[in-house]
Design a protein around this ligand. Structure first.
Ligand code: S3P
Length: 437
């Protein structure tokens, strides 16, 4: 889909907004509810292409579900009937679309089944590294074959079989890799342990607990025993803080703005962006109102201020990894210099997000120096409207739509924005609505 978003500058961001459900949690709920021992009611599932692909894949593996609100293609509330861990062989290849999370987490589950399967994805996903999950899964005894045009890339052919428990020291801070190993560990006979080099989002651990699986966390070491019962449970998915991030930044760095975001996930392993913005001088208040299913959710209030650039700390990177493009926009508008380093993981996201962010910032007149692991942005820029590309990356499309709103002059057009539907269906409507307030 090749849509275009056109944005002109706005004076201030005002009003109240609720963003769609969390992408990371929706993927995990589709998988865990599907494996559980009974019906699970899921509220506020993210009806985006990425998560629907994971849900469909579970359907193709024999899991039944009924949509209660929304449609088959865009479910919001649904009942997933857990299959008690008894998945059946798919008769088709499982298409993960654009989603690295979908492919890597499903690979963890499929490696342990009694049948073979194939995971495929779009061009972007077929050029992203799968070796990072193949290595630990192969150590567990799994047989995976990456048959893509690029070495180590999808399509992934998985020969299912019995796995062994392992202790895996993860070389990169990746919640996807951690989750793939833990999901595979559910089917192994003994204790599986993952040691992460830095704290990454812990949705898998929290949800596993909600589904009755005991997960032991000691610092950055996470373990679980296999063969535990996965008990059905109901889940309310909070709004996605990574989607809220676009509006939080837009409001935070534009004086005169006042924005309330409701029902959003406030898991501390995801709120790195808020901490950094506060260090930049932002006025942001978050309040946890619910803590059901182990995932805190609540409201975020933002009042616009002039911000100043800061250095992002290495340990902060994993907890704001998806927010770097929009944070870079904040850095361009803030006074002084913004330093983002230790973020080489960005090079293997939906696009090389260091390159795509730097390219678009420069198009808008920002001075930015690119490094292998990040960028240094000269702040205080007056952004100029420009003709930009999304490069097929949803977060680049939305970050630069915000840059267009915050530009000093000119209209910004972003080409190829159909990709926004992978994480934030309804974004274009929110962009229109924000002008009416
Ligand atoms: C995700 C983890 C992150 C993140 C991605 C979603 C997840 O990737 O960038 O958008 O749901 O586990 P990595 O774990 O590969 O860093």
């Amino acid at each position: 889909m090749s849509d275009t978003i056109k944005v002109s500058p706005i004076e201030a961001i005002k009003g109240e907004l609720a963003v769609p459900g969390d992408k990371s949690i929706s993927h995990r709920v589709a998988i865990l509810a599907g494996l559980s021992d009974g019906p699970c009611r899921v509220e506020n599932f993210l009806p985006s292409e990425d998560c629907v692909n994971t849900l469909r894949a579970m359907g193709q593996l024999g899991v039944r579900y009924e949509v209660e609100r929304g449609t088959e293609d865009a479910p919001l509330d649904l009942i997933i009937h857990g299959c008690k861990g008894a998945l059946r062989a798919p008769t088709v290849e499982l298409d993960c679309g654009n989603s690295g999370t979908g492919m890597r987490l499903l690979a963890g589950v499929l490696a342990a089944q009694k049948f073979d399967s194939v995971l495929t994805g779009d061009d972007s996903l077929s050029s992203r590294p799968m070796g990072r999950i193949m290595k630990p899964l192969e150590e567990m005894g799994a047989k995976l074959d990456a048959r893509g045009a690029k070495p180590g890339c999808a399509p992934l052919h998985i020969t299912g079989g019995e796995l062994e428990s392992i202790i895996y020291e993860m070389p990169m801070a990746s919640a996807q890799v951690k989750s793939a190993v833990l999901l595979a560990g559910l089917f192994a006979p003994d204790k599986t342990t993952v040691i992460q080099p830095a704290t990454t989002r812990d949705h898998s651990e929290r949800l596993l607990n909600a589904f009755g699986v005991t997960v032991m966390t000691e610092g950055n070491t996470i373990s679980l025993y296999g063969q535990q019962r996965i008990r059905s449970c109901d889940v309310v998915v909070p709004g996605d803080i990574s989607s809220a991030a676009f509006w939080i930044v837009a409001a935070a760095c534009r004086p005169g703005s006042k924005l309330l975001i409701t029902n959003v996930g406030l898991n501390p392993t995801r709120t790195g962006l808020i901490n950094v913005l506060i260090r930049m001088g932002a006025h942001i208040k978050d309040v946890v109102l619910h803590d059901d299913g182990g995932e805190p959710r609540g409201n975020i209030e933002v009042v616009g201020q002039e911000l100043h650039g800061v250095e992002i700390l290495p340990e902060e990177i994993p907890n704001l990894i998806d927010e770097v493009p929009i944070l870079a926009v904040a850095g361009a508008l803030a006074k002084g210099k913004m330093t983002i380093r230790n973020a080489e993981e960005l090079r293997v996201k939906e696009t090389d997000r260091i390159e795509t962010t730097v390219t678009n910032l420069r198009e808008m007149g920002v001075e930015v120096e690119e490094f292998e692991d990040g960028m240094i942005i000269q702040g205080g820029a007056s952004l100029k409207g420009a003709a930009l590309k999304s490069f097929g990356d949803h977060r680049i499309a939305m970050a630069f739509a915000m840059a267009g709103l915050l530009a000093e002059s000119g209209t910004t057009t972003i080409e190829d924005t159909g990709c926004v539907n992978t994480s934030y269906p309804g974004f274009a409507d929110h962009l229109k609505d924000i002008r009416k307030r």
